[in-house]
Design a protein around this ligand. Structure first.
Ligand code: G3P
Length: 229
């Protein structure tokens, strides 16, 4: 199984009512993605999670960030228990655009595990992959910040980073195949996806390559097929 996370970030093109349009596109692309053994996810803004989980129950919705605070009198934080009640099935943590201290990453992964939710811990380099793998998240995503939004993919520009991250992960986890390596940043076509798979990634995170595309369904399908070649 390969994992394909669409991170809509705070792009206005996919916010408010347009978040429904993106979820529709993911739903339409799902049958073909499934044939390619690819699971699709949408990492949506907190404001959209509850509505999307109701209108699109077949789409796996993740939060883009969660705070380690607990439920109750904790104003303004994105609390894992409330995210779960809102329909989120997991969350990104420590995205390059929303970095948090290691302690909060560890607490976030622990809270998500306790709630039966999935965690996608983001790392900027292979050293960080090795350090954060110790928390045994569901996924670790290697994303070099300088390539995010660049249209030049990590698998083309920094193939070494994927192989080094795979090695870091294996060094920490040994033969326990628990945490899955994903990669992201600059992925725009099926060649980038095929290359990422060849280098050892078992999934991708994509934002602008989809959000900025004219045809979201076509782009999602085309990237998903990159795993099957
Ligand atoms: O979370 C994935 C995202 O950071 C990658 O961004 O625009 O390069 O696909 P983008």
């Amino acid at each position: 199984m390969f994992h394909f996370i669409i991170n809509s970030k705070n792009y206005l093109e996919a916010s408010g009512p347009k978040a429904l349009k993106l979820a529709n596109a993911i739903e339409k692309a799902t049958p073909l993605a499934r044939q390619a053994n690819v699971k699709l996810y949408l990492a949506a803004p907190a404001f959209a999670i509850s509505e999307l989980s109701k209108t699109h129950p077949k789409v796996t919705i993740f939060a883009q960030h969660l705070d380690p605070q607990g439920p109750g009198s904790t104003t303004g934080y994105l609390v894992p228990e409330v995210a779960k009640m809102s329909g989120a099935r997991g969350s990104l943590l420590n995205h390059s655009e929303h970095r948090i201290p290691d302690k909060e990453i560890r607490e976030g992964v622990t809270a998500l595990k306790r709630l039966g939710m999935q965690s996608v811990v983001c790392a900027r380099d292979a050293e960080e992959v090795g350090r954060l793998a110790l928390f045994i998240p569901t996924f670790i995503a290697i994303e070099p910040p300088e390539l995010i939004g660049s249209g030049t993919s990590v698998s083309k520009a920094r193939p070494d980073l994927i192989t080094e991250s795979k090695n870091s992960l294996q060094k920490v986890l040994g033969d326990k195949r628990s945490t899955i390596l994903l990669c992201g940043a600059g992925i725009v076509d099926d060649v980038d996806v095929r290359r990422a798979k060849e280098l050892g990634a078992e999934g991708i995170l994509v934002a602008s390559g989809i959000i900025k595309a004219k045809n979201w369904v076509g782009k999602i399908r085309s990237l998903a097929l990159g795993f099957s070649s």
